[in-house]
Design a protein around this ligand. Structure first.
Ligand code: UGA
Length: 435
């Protein structure tokens, strides 16, 4: 079986590399010549644990290649995936589908023999059907079916998520396309991965509903955290007590500075638009975004409060800049909302991150960057843990305290127990720790 993966961004690159483990050949295509040249030189443009090993191995075995030649790749393929970006359209929150439709047109012009054209990008309900019409209009003789096969990869653990998914969702219209897709995912079927085979529209909505539900869990626990602070409760124990109920589950109940990344904020906005287009008010989705945005501001207030009500003239050491650990991705990271507010308030910010400094430098100006947490916090009045990298889970707290001038320890990911931090002479601020 041969695959063409159109779009070699995060999803395309990870999915292409993973598929190359169990199909005959995967050709990953991108328009960005430099991007493809870099990958072909062995320089991956994104950081994802284990991805370099997987790419190198399969490139060497000639099962995986990277090219700008869409036509040749599509002609050879049994299944063509579209994994191009669907950014928020400037100003209105709609997912921008121009790259998806452009790809569909180009694919249509190059189809040879029966091919399944699969959408993997996160797209509004109805997009696969629109894609089908575009392909048909562009090439009326093409023998093809469309399919919707959303991805559920998390950055930082994407390879494991791909190889051992909780489920695979496949939207199809014909038995032939269904057979192709089942054959493609057969190795996962053998490890008893549940397959949800459904219509195009349902598959598209499963993706949004899943992300929206996870985002809702996060905003819910953040709002509970705020209540914990007001009434002297501990959100971590509340989450534990809730999560042990199997109907609720323990995951995605970590209070913090609110969700970021390339998916939840964008997908929530797009979902609200889908509701609007269908004449329904998205009350929960709207509230989830409002709580998330308020949580960012609340974190800035927390830092001010921990520094006697004002960050002006204070030095603050920030540990962690990316939107979550194990990635260099800065999209919608909490740091991008919190740090500019601190700088605006007159703070001197010193920051570090294990993988994100290069990206951060493009986005966060007027702050100083350092390699390790202790140098970052040298002479600081406060230390703020903003991303829960493993490197910051086992800090030498005594050494950290010694390098600082002040004693404010602001743990926005609740990594530490306040008793152990206070013992060393720090003052402690967490999220939802009301005691
Ligand atoms: C998310 C989903 O988890 C994936 O299933 C989905 O495939 C992906 O979006 C996508 O649509 O492509 P990702 O954005 O990589 O994956 O990261 P998550 O691990 O879900 O974290 C998202 C944000 O939520 C992060 O900012 C994280 O810090 C925050 N978060 C997560 C919390 O604040 N609390 C939690 O308990 C969990």
């Amino acid at each position: 079986m041969n695959i063409a993966m159109i779009g070699t961004g995060y999803v395309g690159l990870v999915s292409g590399a993973c598929f190359s483990e169990f199909v005959d050949e995967v050709r990953c295509v991108d328009k960005d010549r430099k991007w493809i040249e870099d990958i072909n030189r062995g320089v991956l443009p994104i950081y994802e644990p284990g991805l370099d090993i997987l790419v190198n191995k399969n490139v060497e075995k000639k099962r995986l290649s990277f090219t700008t030649d869409l036509g040749a790749s599509v002609k050879e393929a049994d299944i063509v995936f579209i994994a191009v970006g669907t950014p928020s359209r400037r100003g209105d929150g709609y997912a921008d589908l121009s790259y998806v439709y452009e790809a569909a047109k180009e694919i249509a012009n190059n189809l040879e023999g029966y091919t399944v054209v699969v959408n993997k990008s996160t797209v509004p309900v109805g997009t696969a059907r629109a894609m089908k019409k575009i392909i048909k209009d562009t090439n009326p003789d093409a023998k093809f079916d469309v399919s919707s096969n959303p991805e559920f990869l998390r950055e930082g653990s994407a390879i494991n998520d791909f190889m051992r998914p909780d489920r695979v969702v496949i939207g199809v219209e014909s038995e032939r396309a269904k057979a192709f897709m089942k054959e493609l995912y057969r190795p996962l079927y053998l490890i008893e991965t549940p397959m949800v085979i459904t219509t195009l529209e349902t598959a598209e909505l499963i993706k949004y509903a899943s992300n929206a539900f996870l985002a809702t869990k996060i905003s819910f626990i953040n709002e509970i955290a705020n209540l914990c602070e007001a009434c002297g409760a501990d959100v971590q124990d509340v989450a534990k007590g809730m999560g042990l109920d199997r109907r609720i589950g323990p995951k995605f109940l970590h209070a913090g500075p609110g969700f970021g990344g390339s998916c939840f904020p964008k997908d929530m906005q797009a979902l609200i638009k889908i509701y609007q287009d269908n004449g329904i008010t998205a009350r929960i989705a709207e509230a989830v975004l409002q709580v998330n945005s308020a949580q960012r501001s609340r974190m800035v207030q927390k830092i001010n409060d921990a520094l006697d009500g004002n960050v002006h003239g204070k030095t603050i050491g920030i540990l962690g800049l990316t939107f979550k650990p194990e990635t260099n991705d800065m999209r919608e990271a909490a740091s991008l909302a919190i740090i500019p507010a601190l700088v605006e308030g007159g703070a001197k910010v010193r920051a570090t991150d294990p993988k994100g400094i290069d990206e951060a430098k493009k986005l966060l100006k007027g702050i100083e960057y350092f390699e390790d947490p202790y140098t970052t916090c040298k002479g600081a009045d406060a230390v703020v843990i903003l991303t829960e990298w493993n490197e910051y889970r086992a800090l030498d707290l005594a050494r950290l305290k010694k390098s600082m001038k002040g004693k404010a320890f602001i743990d926005l990911r609740n990594v530490y127990k306040f008793q152990e931090v206070k013992k060393l002479g720090f003052s402690y601020t967490g999220v939802g720790i009301g005691a």
